[in-house]
Design a protein around this ligand. Sequence first.
Ligand code: ZN
Length: 310
Amino acid sequence: MEVVAAGLHHLTAVTADPRANVRFYTRVLGLRLVKRTVNFDDPSAYHLYYGDAIGTPGTLLTFFHWPGASRGRVGAGQVGGIQLSAPHDSLDFWAERLRRAGCPVTPDTRFGAPLLITSDPDGIPTEILACREDPRPGWTGADVPPPYQLRGMAGAELRVRDSRQTLRVLQELLGWREVAAEADRRRLVAGPGQPGHWLELVGEPTLQSGRPGAGTVHHLALRAADARASELLRARLLAAGAAPSPLIDRTYFRSVYFREPGGILLEIATDGPGFLVDETVAALGTGLMLPPAFASARAEILAALPSLDD
Ligand code: ZN
């Protein structure tokens, strides 16, 4: 298989409180707010992006602000939460930092490696995995010392009732490889197989259906090198009976959306053009970026959005 969706690009989740969201991801986890824009379908609500210094694919967590959204339920047909890669000997630091910020902390072990389980202000299950062999640099602009900085997404957990068809799509159409299994959980990798290129597929026949809302993941995006690779992957999905969207321009990347057989909304996003198309590296995330269609309504949109400052 020549063209594959060789890693994680971004994960998008739902927040009801963008101010608490910014505080947690930038001040507690020490990620960079790399873009603040609005929901392209609803300019009265933020769409916030966090990542490394330039928003490299695989480091990106993005949040739709759904004002007044009630709490969703994590379950079947959803991504289970957020998994971040931390240096392998940094978990004591993170446990202490999270507790000081008032976050719950539960230590655990998976696939032989330790992790911490916490939750973000909306209740999204958030895991910090101790990872070896993650060469990605952390964001140096927050107050997290370099030996402890998070490097981006480690993996993502796909929760379904019957994992067989999901597994087939990941392996046969998208180029992922199963490398480990533990009870009802399989780990798959793509490309170089390092953190940022992991998936965990959990198949539980009795799992309750997920319900969208605050504190749940909306969709997960996998990487495609460029638009040509996206079109090839799209054609492969179409030929296999899936119903992918056309290639859509998302300003910072080009995207194809489809639902995998377990019900999870997946996206295939191109690595480029990236977050420097409308801001410099130094200015990333500091201004409100609006697509051209909303430019003339900028003042009204700004006035209606809540402040993100404490
Ligand atoms: Zn997306």
